[in-house]
Design a protein around this ligand. Sequence first.
Ligand code: NAD
Length: 256
Amino acid sequence: MLKGKTALVTGSTSGIGLGIAKALAQQGANIVLNGFGDSEGPKAEIAALGVKVAYHGADMSQPTDIEAMMRYAADQFGRVDILVNNAGIQHVARIENFPVERWDAIIAINMSSAFHATRLALPAMQTANWGRIINLASVHGLVGSAEKSAYVTAKHGVIGLTKVTALENATSGVTCNAICPGWVLTPLVQKQVDAKAAAGNISIEEATKQLLIEKEPSVQFTTPEELGALAVFFCSPAANNVRGVAWNMDGGWTAQ
Ligand code: NAD
C-alpha cells in the first residue's frame, strides 16, 4: 500500500517508533530512522523487510539538527511523505521539585520538535497534495497524572498542534492525526516500573501489575505492533478524511 512512499519516524531506534517504522515498512514504505543508541540493529530489521532504510542521529531538542535531518531525508529519498513525530522522554517529579532543565528538555523533545519537523515537512507534502503527519501524543494529552507536569503539558500541546495542522490543510490530501497510547511496555515505561518496585520494595512483576491496575481497566499493555497498525490505517485511503483526531489506544484509561 505504501510502496514508493518515504516515512520518517523520529525516535525510532526503540519502542513505539521502531514498531511503527516496521509496520510502515511492511506496507512497502522506505524508512528514515532517527534516535539515540544502537541504530545498526534497527536498520537491519527494517532492511530485512525489503525496503530502503536510512538513519539520521538528529537530537530532536535542537531545531538546527531537525533542519539537517529533513534535508538529509529529502536528499536520500526525494521527499518525506509520512512524518511520524514520536521521539519522547519522561521525567517524574512534583512541580515544586521539577528540575528546570528536565522541563525544558521535555517541552523541546516531546512538543517543539513536532512543530519543527512539521513546518519543514509540509511544503513538499502540499506540493504533492498527499501527506500524512502522525503525532505520538498520549493519554496524557487528554488527561493528567500527578508528577508528570512537563509531559502532560507537552502532550496536550501536541494534540493542539495536531488539530491546527489538520485544519490548515483540510482541503488538501495532507492529513494530521494523533495517537494516544496508554501504557506500552517500552524502555520509557520500564524505568517507571523499576522506580515503583524500588519505592515500594516489591517485585518487578508486582510493580507492573500495580501500574496497570491503577489506570487501565483492561490490565494489559498496548503493543508497538498495535500502534503500528493504527499508523498504517491513518496512511490508508480509508483515512483520507480523518483529520485532527486524537485516537486513544489505552485499554479504557480515558473512558472512566
Ligand atoms: P522509548 O524510550 O522506547 O523510545 C524513545 C525514542 O526516542 C528512542 O528511540 C530514543 O532514542 C528517542 N529519543 C529520545 N530523546 C531523543 C532526542 N533528544 N532526539 C532524538 N531521539 C530521541 O519510548 P517509547 O515508549 O517508545 O515512546 C515513544 C513515544 O510514545 C514518546 O513520544 C512517548 O511519550 C509516547 N508514549 C509512550 C507511552 C508508553 O507507555 N511507552 C505511552 C504514551 C505515549
